[in-house]
Design a protein around this ligand. Sequence first.
Ligand code: GUN
Length: 295
Amino acid sequence: MSTPIIIDGKEVAAQVRERLKTEIAELKAQGHTPGLAVVLVGEDPASQVYVGSKVKACTELGLYSQKWELPASATQDELVQLIHRLNADDRIHGILVQSPPPPHIDEEAVILNIDPRKDVDGFHPVNVAKLVLEDESGFVPCTPLGCMELLKAHGLETAGKHAVVIGRSMIVGKPMAHLLVSKKANATVTIAHSRTKDLPALCRTADILVAAVGRPEMVTADYIKPGAVVLDVGINRIDDATRPRGYRIVGDVDYTSAAPVCSAITPVPGGVGPMTIAMLMANTVKACRQLTASR
Ligand code: GUN
């Protein structure tokens, strides 16, 4: 038991934004302002907060942004028509449809309509393929990209390490596993999920443990090998009558029990969360650079 390094996502996100400022200034000097369109369908309160934060981050960095809020009753066709308009709009370099949409919307079909060159979420099959192919012209989903940035910023070695990723979503688990196993990172990767047998024992073999399951405080000390690096991707609201809003945010990791066992850990909030938006800004700048270079 010792004191772990607490990985400060706010600090690393600020460093990423600082790096972007130079590139944004260069693009603007050439007459190009990176632009992001954020689309929200429905009134989910958490999604409203995320979308608001994304637009605010654009404003703070001097990027152009559009916020589209469609009612929960919007049809698939209306959403697809909007995406086609945004594909054709030269002011817009990045398009993001906040997930999850209402149940009547077929998210995969919607994503297929986004121009892959503007798919700053990295959800389009073209970008999924580029990630697997290690083609760096593609877009990688922002949260796993942010996790890799946290490891890099803290000089945490991945080569030769065993990484266990809990969760197989297309937004976090699968892209995270691909980034870790890539020739840049060289980790040996296991993806675990709800049907994995004896999850705690498997996780105890991990030098790097990434928790992306969406189950509040599921990962306790008995999942963690002493000295492991733990990245907590969870953002879960749990009832807490002592808080003004009536809830608090916890991760997928039980921080209190886990932290003393780790060598480094991301807190929630203030760990992976702030990185997601910083990497979205980075992807939008990259989209602008790539789109305008070919013009
Ligand atoms: N919902 C939760 N995370 C994300 C994300 O990274 N992008 C989008 N579009 N929706 C999300």
